[in-house]
Design a protein around this ligand. Structure first.
Ligand code: SF4
Length: 222
């Protein structure tokens, strides 16, 4: 195992251990239901997890299948999402997505990356999230949190979440408990590795973090 692989393994272990103790609990993290996970990931785009968590259970109870969501009035969906913002746009997109799932996929969430990405509002990140969290696959997942985390811990800068090199960099993090690794990164960035004034003193990665150990502040504002 070379130094990079060793560091990947060490970081992975520390993040998962931290997540087991400090990770947040959200309804979409306690299920492998692909419909629930797809809806959660769509709602989480441009919205905080705590805001989504306030409406999620009611939303999923009311629209408990793609069929029910597809047949719901758009105005009813808008009302259910009114506290999240962008509710008109989101309602239209969710209804359209559910209609396609019913019409083209017999009400089942598709499994392949290409099929998932063909749904309205589903890009590379959401397709990968559904594959990881619902289908138990081990595929890389990169968003702004992951980019920030990599830049701090590994001292590597990527152009952004669409940079294919970032996706390649995350691939060796594969293995079991991949969901916990990503949720751990999300929660660490939210609670410890803050963009301003990171709390390095309580961070489980302080011994291996480039930013902390080498005083690399180039990624401070990423
Ligand atoms: S040691 Fe500091 S900069 Fe490094 S990951 Fe932890 S909180 Fe972030």
């Amino acid at each position: 195992m070379d130094d990079v692989a060793r560091k990947h393994a060490s970081v992975r272990k520390k993040v998962i251990l931290w997540y087991n103790q400090h990770g947040r609990s959200f309804p979409w993290r306690n299920t492998t239901d692909s419909y629930h996970i797809l809806i959660a990931e769509i709602l989480l785009r441009r919205t905080t997890a705590s805001a989504v968590s306030r409406v999620f259970n009611d939303f999923m109870n009311r629209f408990d299948s793609p069929t029910r969501l597809a047949h719901a009035r758009e105005s009813t969906i808008v009302r259910a999402l009114s506290t999240l913002g962008l509710q008109t746009l989101r309602a239209k997109q969710l209804k359209e997505t559910a209609s396609i799932i019913v019409k083209d996929w017999n009400g089942e969430i598709p499994k392949s990356h290409e099929s998932l990405q063909s749904l309205p509002g589903v890009g590379n990140y959401i397709a990968s999230a559904v594959r990881n969290f619902a289908y138990g696959e081990s595929v890389p997942l990169v968003d702004g949190n992951v980019i920030h985390f990599i830049s701090r811990v590994f001292g590597i800068q990527f152009a952004g979440p669409t940079d294919t090199k970032a996706w390649e960099f995350m691939a060796p993090f594969g293995g079991s408990h991949k969901a916990k690794l990503y949720w751990g990164i999300i929660d660490l960035v939210a609670a410890v590795c803050l963009r301003r004034n990171p709390r390095c003193g309580v961070c489980p990665l302080s011994k291996v973090c480039e930013w902390y150990t080498k005083g690399d502040t180039t990624s401070e504002t990423t």
